[in-house]
Design a protein around this ligand. Structure first.
Ligand SMILES: NC(=O)c1ccc[n+]([C@@H]2O[C@H](COP(=O)([O-])OP(=O)(O)OC[C@H]3O[C@@H](n4cnc5c(N)ncnc54)[C@H](O)[C@@H]3O)[C@@H](O)[C@H]2O)c1
Length: 329
């Protein structure tokens, strides 16, 4: 049997696919390899996956209905879907909302349609696991964020599309019994990370002696979650699809580190890893940003055995080491 991983050339997708291949699974990876950030990094991640046996890659845009629908006939052994492809990034959603509509709304539905078709086969679909985001909590003030909280007041368009993705999946779980698990990731970082996120932006600026942009004058907190902890949660979600007991077979979980860190303390950890001081360029709060993220992980611990162990003092140096070797600095 095989698992379809969308966004396989992305940061989390590559790591999750790598872990699945390492435990002997057959992985079919799809990705559009778009240029939201340098496609060379996506190609380098893919090369890592292509070195393992059991990996097949298809350059597909998930907004393309026919291409996604065709996967069911082409790969009849798919019994699970890990759907991570999306237009990510809070700030870019102010500039290019239609990129989010195409990948996160249209693309979400093409994947749900594929899941519905696969679930209708005699041997069914074991589960659809898909990425949501801590951004769905918007400006909620009750911390830590718990999955039961209302999430109908997003403060970014990105967050709105991720919340919409959850609601769309709920309807398919109800109508067609598609077993689905949504994972709300909290600021994921680590080797092979994303160039638009602060670990990368800060590390590159510190190494090159450029100032780093610090929003809200540094008065922010983030629940930074190390990639290996996230991958453990993703695999556990794939291995524990929800049952249709007293409602549609759809669950949503937080995957966060459960230890929010002050932005300035986090910058100090990057400075130590780079062995160089940062030059701070202080800015006011940005539209779409939130002051603090903090995951309540009681439900993911209970149902998925999720237990993140990596503090930023351990994870950030691993990212900086990777960054230096990737760029040969
Ligand atoms: N990294 C985080 O901190 C974080 C936090 C919350 C949620 N998420 C979610 O996790 C998932 C993975 O994020 P990531 O950090 O790995 O991002 P990423 O941008 O590195 O990976 C996403 C991948 O999806 C691909 N993609 C985008 N649109 C596509 C389309 N229409 N068709 C096919 N492929 C497409 C991209 O090329 C990219 O390789 C996303 O759904 C994202 O919204 C990430």
């Amino acid at each position: 049997m095989a698992i379809l991983v969308t966004g396989a050339a992305g940061f989390i997708g590559m790591h999750a696919a790598h872990a699945l291949l390492a435990r002997g699974e057959e992985v079919i990876g799809v990705d559009s390899l778009n240029d939201y950030y340098d496609p060379a990094l996506k190609q380098a991640r893919l090369a890592r996956l292509q070195a393992a046996s059991g990996f097949t890659f298809l350059p597909i845009d998930i907004a393309n209905r026919d291409a996604v629908a065709g996967l069911a006939a082409r790969f009849p052994t798919i019994d699970r879907i890990l759907h991570l492809a999306a237009q990510a990034g809070v700030r870019y959603s102010l500039e290019n909302p239609f990129a989010y509509v195409d990948s996160n709304l249209v693309g979400q539905v093409t994947i749900m349609e594929l899941a519905r078709r696969l679930a209708a086969r005699p041997d069914g679909l074991r589960g659809l696991v898909y990425a949501s985001s801590s951004s769905v909590y918007g400006a909620n003030r009750d911390l830590p964020y718990a999955v039961e909280q209302a999430t109908d007041s997003p403060v970014s368009f990105y967050g709105a599309t991720k919340k919409a993705g959850e609601i769309l999946v709920q309807s398919y779980a109800h109508l067609y019994g598609v077993p689905a698990t949504g994972l709300r990731f909290f600021t994921v970082y680590g080797p092979w990370g994303r160039p638009d996120m602060s670990p990368w932006l800060f590390t590159s600026a510190i190494i090159e002696g450029r100032p780093i942009k610090v929003f809200n004058n540094g008065r922010m907190k983030r629940d930074f979650t190390y990639i290996d902890d996230i991958v453990a949660g993703v695999l556990a979600a794939l291995d524990h699809p929800p049952a249709a007991d007293d409602g549609p077979p759809h669950r949503v979980y937080n995957l966060g580190n459960h230890r929010p860190v002050n932005l300035l303390d986090y910058i100090a950890v990057i400075e130590r890893a780079c062995q160089k001081k940062a030059v701070l360029d202080l800015h006011p709060m940005q539209p779409g940003d939130v002051l603090e993220t903090y995951a309540d992980i009681d439900a993911s611990a209970r149902d998925l055995g999720f237990a993140p162990t990596t503090a930023i003092e351990e994870g950030i140096p691993r990212f900086v080491d990777w960054y230096k070797s990737y760029f040969n600095v």
